[in-house]
Ligand binder design. Structure first.
Ligand code: CO
Length: 422
């Protein structure tokens, strides 16, 4: 099922977590002086100039704006999703802080557009091998005990263009089909207990009410403990593009299994073999066979800063990034600043949650030489993120889905960062 190399968990050295030896006053200020110098010489972006036109020079001299009904971010902030196609858009991971993705920047993947659904008219039908088929309203579902969980959702097609060549120019383009939210809803097992699942039922069909009627078959046993029927994301109702008013969530499983705009669950004895498990979402192997029902997302990491498209200055750099595993907690993230010849342990930032983005940091001094940065992670089942050669040796290059190889960022002597396959 999953066939990449495994390594035992390591007792790592303590990383230089605070960066004391690197982050001294002189090195940091030296870098800042260069930046201020560049700004004074006119290196201000046109959009920043336009935004400051009508503003007072001194914000303490005029009253500010009044409270508003629904908040917006500062007009100075421009980070946005990039639509990759009519069916997906990418999260700007290089601009993110901490582990949460703002709801407005959560990546999108839909199969025939975002439907508009009136919540009062939405229904969830549960039928098939159950004692009491039932139709639930949203209010019905909200009466059940609620649960919340921070977890990532990653599209199994994340990084897919990287199978063939260094395709994405930025971390957003290479890795932006993953995002983390706090999801709230009712545990699937709570609702299934209510309808009474037949003991022989081992598969569940989940169907959305979008114009694709997106449908997948899910084995019941591995998802029953953790799956949720979600109506909220980051403290408010789901965003329309995230399945408003109801979605399935299976922590750690590929995004397409977390059926959005959920309207139907059918229990049965076997997979239902929809188009999504035959023509789509199978992984073509080098011998011509295809892996099927590969739903768990393996461990993966990416350095978000410095990352592709950025330009850095010599001196202190905090290397920052995200790591995640669909199988559990991240236990170790290492970075290499020499193209994979040597590795150093990074500091993991709390909270370190299972099946959730985990933030890592590593203090570094760039001396202005040509280098290649990489990160690799280990999860708590002992699975280590593979390098590209190892992944390709097992899977070939025609899988489309589940590309989780080590990402390499090349830094040229002029500080420009670009995507390479090292
Ligand atoms: Co898969």
């Amino acid at each position: 099922m999953h066939d990449q190399e495994k390594a035992p968990a390591e007792e790592g050295r303590r990383p230089d977590v605070e960066g004391e030896s690197l982050l001294n006053r002189r090195s940091l200020l030296a870098g800042t002086a260069g930046l201020v110098g560049a700004m004074l010489m006119g290196a201000v972006t046109p959009s920043a100039e336009a935004a400051t036109e009508n503003l007072p020079e001194d914000p303490t001299r005029v009253p500010g704006t009044t409270p508003s009904a629904y908040g917006q971010r500062s007009t100075f902030e421009k980070s946005v999703r990039i639509p990759r196609s009519w069916w997906s858009s990418l999260t700007p991971l290089q601009d993110s802080h901490g582990i949460l993705t703002p709801s407005a920047l959560h990546f999108e993947r839909h199969h025939n557009g975002v439907p508009t659904i009136q919540p009062a008219q939405h229904r969830l039908l549960i039928h098939g091998m159950v004692e009491q088929p039932w139709t639930f309203t949203l209010d019905d579902l909200k009466r059940f005990p609620s649960v919340s969980r921070l977890t990532f959702i990653e599209c199994s097609g994340n990084s897919a263009p990287e199978w063939h060549k260094p395709a994405g120019q930025t971390a957003q383009q290479t890795h932006g089909l993953t995002s983390t939210s706090e999801w709230t809803g009712v545990a699937l097992k709570t609702v299934l207990r209510e309808v009474g699942v037949h003991p022989d039922a081992s598969w569940m069909l989940a169907e959305g009410s979008d114009a694709a009627a997106m449908t997948r078959s899910l084995p019941l046993a591995p998802i029953l403990e953790e799956a949720m029927l979600c109506y909220a994301q980051n403290g408010e109702p789901l965003r329309p593009e995230q399945g408003y008013p109801l979605r399935l969530l299976i922590p750690g499983w590929e995004g397409n299994t977390c059926i959005k705009w959920l309207r139907r669950l059918k229990l049965g004895r076997a997979p239902f073999m929809t188009r999504e498990e035959t023509s789509q979402y199978t992984d073509l192997m080098p011998d011509g066979t295809a892996r099927q029902f590969t739903m768990v997302m393996d461990a993966k990491s990416v350095i978000t800063s410095p990352s592709g498209g950025q330009r850095i200055q010599p001196g202190f750099q905090e290397i920052r990034g995200l790591a995640w595993s669909g199988r559990g907690r991240i236990t170790l993230v290492e970075v290499s600043t020499d193209g994979g010849r040597s590795w150093q342990q990074t500091a993991l930032q709390e909270p370190i949650l299972p099946k959730c983005h985990t933030r890592f940091h590593f203090p570094w001094q760039w001396n202005g030489e040509d280098v290649t940065l990489q990160s690799r992670c280990l999860d708590d089942i002992g699975y280590r993120q593979p390098d590209r050669a190892t992944l390709v040796a097992v899977r070939g290059v025609n899988s489309v889905y589940h590309y989780n190889a080590i990402q390499s960022w090349h830094i040229a002597a002029d500080g420009k960062v670009s995507n390479v396959h090292a």
